[in-house]
Design a protein around this ligand. Structure first.
Ligand SMILES: *Cc1c(COP(=O)(O)O)cnc(C)c1O
Length: 402
């Protein structure tokens, strides 16, 4: 078979939306990309739904582009797998989904400016309400249109972030109840420590939330959707599931921490891959990278991976590894904005243009988001969302280990 560049491109490269799929350009090979396995995403969505009793609704949290996986494809899959509602952080994220025809109800976690109220009504978006002033804007706008807007009241029970303090929530409920344009559909709170082994604070938050709900119930106010669980709570605090859970990171196949319960069959959906850009034979005493942080103790074969901190890869020094031919190639020296050097002396099959995996599996070896988080001094969440736009997203399905 002729090995023309076109042929190689078609054979090995997923050609998908984005700048490199431009038919007016001759084909060229991707330097590096983020690969999202849609089968894994769907598998994880189904697992989450299957681990909830039918009476508990599943709200899928797709903020920050579904934790870097692509909010639109994730929203389509989640709807197919039984998500009752989507939650995002802000109006831009919600409108991006509506623009693509996503019709699932959407809850917005963040705060609202008064001038934004019409946008919620126009696009069927549920706001989080934390003040009576916000209630008034939404009420006015809804009545003007002759409808009731479903809202979720956000109650602060110990996270110290958004929401009305639990001790003052009942006042707000009363004010909102008296507004004909407002439908009190939901009430929620958020855990500060649900994914750690010590659940004491989570239980305290749950009891504050429940006290608030009981006080409301005594005045005849019942919310159809009471929710407090994120992934940590969903996994480890079944007594807190209430009417709905808000699950975010888990659908990516990554756990919020090392200690929470595991769901057998969950699979990471994101990989990051690159092509080896160069391989050099080094002599003893030769240095690698900025600051001369690595000196070859013996003849070494060094591969250059064309990815660096400019792509969202951590800034590392002699730390971490990438996978080449199913084996670990350790990072040597300090990496740069556009390049990370690895030692392939023990991987003779390594060749220029060969595939290197920076996140994900190759053969039996795997680099997890938690591994990269350790090198980067952060948490798995930041690793998932930290890949820059410089790396095109490539969606794959119907392949291998499905
Ligand atoms: C991000 C977020 C979630 C989801 O958290 P995960 O740990 O990713 O499941 C749930 N609720 C609120 C309010 C959030 O901001």
């Amino acid at each position: 078979m002729p090995q023309s560049p076109t042929h190689l491109n078609r054979l090995e490269e997923p050609r998908l939306p984005g700048w490199d799929a431009d038919p007016s350009l001759p084909p060229f090979r991707k330097r590096a990309w983020v690969e999202v396995d849609l089968d894994a995403l769907e598998n994880n969505f189904r697992l989450i739904r299957a681990h909830l009793p039918p009476s508990v609704k599943w709200i899928t949290v797709l903020k920050d582009d579904a934790y870097g996986h692509g909010a639109v494809p994730a929203a389509r899959l989640a709807a197919k797998c039984g998500a009752a509602m989507i939650a995002v952080s802000n109006l831009e994220e919600a409108l991006a989904l509506r623009r693509e025809g996503i019709q699932t109800p959407i809850l917005i976690f963040g705060e609202t400016h008064p001038e934004e109220a019409p946008c919620y009504l126009e696009h069927n978006l549920r706001p989080s309400v934390t003040t009576s002033e916000a209630g008034a804007w939404f009420d006015r706008e809804a009545r003007r249109r002759g409808v009731r807007l479903p809202v979720h009241v956000k109650v602060e029970t110990g996270m110290g972030r958004y929401g009305v303090r639990w001790t003052e929530a009942i006042e707000l409920f009363r004010k909102l109840r008296d507004r004909p344009g407002i439908l009190l559909e939901g009430v929620y709170s958020h855990f500060a420590r649900s994914d750690e082994a010590d659940k004491e604070f989570a239980r305290l938050q749950l009891s504050r939330f429940k006290e608030t709900l009981e006080a409301a119930a005594r005045e005849g106010m019942r919310f159809p959707l009471r929710h407090i669980c994120n992934t940590g709570g969903f996994l480890d605090l079944p007594e807190a599931h209430l009417d709905a859970v808000r699950v975010g990171i888990l659908h990516t196949g990554v756990y919020p921490s090392a200690v929470c319960r595991r769901l057998p069959g969950l699979r990471p959906a994101m990989s990051v891959k690159a092509r080896v850009a160069a391989i050099r034979q080094m002599e003893p005493g030769d240095n690698v990278g900025y600051g001369l942080r690595y000196q070859c103790p013996s003849p070494r074969r060094i591969a250059v991976i064309p990815v660096g901190y400019g792509d969202g890869y951590p800034r590392v020094r002699n730390e971490g590894w990438v996978l080449i031919h199913g084996r670990r190639a350790p990072v040597v020296g300090a990496n740069a904005m556009d390049a990370t050097m690895v030692d392939v002396t023990d991987i003779p099959e390594a060749r220029v243009w060969g595939e290197a995996t920076l996140l994900g599996k190759q053969g039996e070896e795997e680099i997890t988001a938690h591994d990269i988080a350790r090198w980067k001094g952060t948490i798995s969440y930041e690793v998932l969302v930290g890949w820059r736009e410089r790396l095109p997203r490539v969606y794959v399905s119907g392949k291998k280990n499905a």
